[in-house]
Ligand binder design. Structure first.
Ligand SMILES: [Zn+2]
Ligand SMILES: [Zn+2]
Length: 133
């Protein structure tokens, strides 16, 4: 399986070979402020990700243990990864992938932290925090 994606302006283009995790929606307060809504992300092994363009890729340390990747020119939100230890995996915002992705939304995390202007009504599993591994 392989997939490709990028930001709105084309400053960041990437491809992924290998398996992508089903999409998980995160409703935490950081994801809310970062996107204006919530994050829907897949995940890949870091070694499977390669860049065709990364001139404008910018990283923001959003907490002590994680950073978020976005395009510094067009503002597209793209990646999330841990910064503690060796980051073996990277979350990729599913909307950045070129369709068809072949992926499906599977569950919601930090559902208890969501804002009040929408409801989660798709019947998928909801977790208060991180998913079970
Ligand atoms: Zn861009
Ligand atoms: Zn989140």
């Amino acid at each position: 399986m392989s997939a490709a994606g990028g930001c709105l302006c084309g400053g960041v283009r990437f491809s992924v070979r290998g398996a992508l995790r089903p999409v998980i929606a995160c409703h935490c307060s950081q994801c809310r402020r970062w996107t204006g809504g919530f994050v829907m992300a897949t995940e890949a092994a870091s070694a499977d990700l390669s860049f065709g363009a990364a001139d404008t890729l910018t990283w923001y340390a959003s907490s002590a243990g994680a950073e978020r990747g976005f395009c510094g020119r067009c503002g597209s939100v793209l990646f999330w990864r841990r910064t503690t230890g060796v980051p073996t995996h990277i979350s990729i915002l599913a909307g950045a992938l070129d369709p068809p992705t072949g992926l499906r939304l599977a569950s919601h995390i930090f559902a208890a932290d969501k804002s009040d202007f929408y409801d989660i009504t798709d019947g998928l599993p909801q977790a208060a925090q991180w998913p079970e591994r």
